[in-house]
Write a protein that binds this ligand. Sequence first.
Ligand SMILES: *Cc1c(COP(=O)(O)O)cnc(C)c1O
Length: 523
Amino acid sequence: MPQDELQDQMLDVASSATIPEVPSVAGEDGIAPPLGDMSAEEFRRHGRAVVDWMADYFERVEQLPVLAQVEPGEPISKLPAEPPESGRPMEAILADVDRLVVPALTHWSHPGFFAYFATSTSAPGIFGEMLSAAFDVKALLWRGAPAAQELEEVTLSWLRQMIGLPKAFSGIIYDTASVSTLHAIAAAREGLDLRVREDGMSGRADLPLLRVYASEQAHSSVEKCVITLGLGQRSLRKVPTDAEFRMDPAALARAIEEDRAAGHLPFCVVATVGTTSTSSIDPVPAIADLCGRERLWLHVDAAYAGSAAVVPELRHILDGSERADSLVLNPHKWLMTPFDLSVLFTRRMDLLHRAFSLVPEYLRTLDREQEAVRNHSEYGIQLGRRFRALKFWMVLRYFGRDGLAARIREHCRLARLFASWFEAAPGWELLAPVPLSLVCFRACPPRDGETADECAARLDRLNEQIMHAVNASGEAFLSHTKLHDCFTLRLAVGNIRTTEQHVARVWQLLREAYERLDPAGGG
Ligand SMILES: *Cc1c(COP(=O)(O)O)cnc(C)c1O
């Protein structure tokens, strides 16, 4: 059909369709209420107020109780149950942040935050988040946000060089380490050519039990991954650790041999560099040897500790990791980057692509482009992706490798210093080595005439009480773990604002609590 004829026909269709009349939004006075966002002028004014608010917050955060002093349900009880009918001025909303939100927060930016793994946001990272929210790109394919895609490749190449991984690794950003590890194990499974992508795993008599190995000290996310991937908890075999909480490679070798003899299919080993309880470091070189021999995918979980490899004298913690198939590192933990930003490095991007690529017609791009670019949505579960690389790019440029290394080095020095006080003090003991910035310790005042069980129960109780006393002070927040079945206190240094004075203050709070709770043993 000639072009003009076609156009005539389309016009006919348009004019004969019943399109209802569109009412005007103008009121009786003929003036329409303003739509759209707040004006640029207002945006400037409130924006300045918010930045001022944040600067004040960082100045005063140390005066706030680090651990939220609220009961469950208390924050909800102060908020209206019904949605707002009409808009409210920004001033009122910001005032409610002070009134309702801040008191109900545990302040991760407090220099006395030593629980879990202490982490840090930073000014350049916050600016990156603000800009990223302004751009609001959905980096689903290259065309949708070329800078997001390419900044991600460049910053991750910088990070790769900073931690000394070979060029064969390329990186991709996900939200968290749990999700990075999920993608790594999915890629490992794809490499088995079992047609899991096409046929799934259910109802199949042809599949043996697939096995993933991780140490008893590995992060719980590994178990969540096997649950999520439909492998089942049964597929995860936990390998014993040595006296210093590191995976025992001989035990790993035996487990693999046993599983093969039983007809199972070993396919992936997760080694941890910096375990959650004690920051122990699995012997990755020996594990890599074994994975090489057995042809197993080696995934290194360095979510927390990997960042320390930017410090030249700590680079050795990643020895052996250059032979891994994948490695996860969380810049949102120890590289001064606001949550969330996790990096998965892998030398098998092809398998990640095979596992996750699915391109609907409306997302197809020109062949020329398709070949030249990497569309990150083809390498993971998500379609739309946040522009996370921007904040990381700003952090890396603002601090530089030197600046980041200096801060991490200082955190490690503070942890060693803190540990040295325990070694010298009677009635206290360290429960694990301190390779990085985490100290595991407890009070252990002796008492005569107790059985071993009585002693263990008494010390568990005492240390739990000491922890609650310190946390109730509002000046510091510690968390705990269990090591060899003993209640163990943990101090993790990782906040950009933490100084020697804060660490010394915890030591003082601990001794005061100890003397109060165990007057006989305290001294
Ligand atoms: C923190 C941590 C994780 C989980 O991190 P998310 O990013 O919160 O999922 C996993 N493994 C290790 C070793 C960690 O330290």
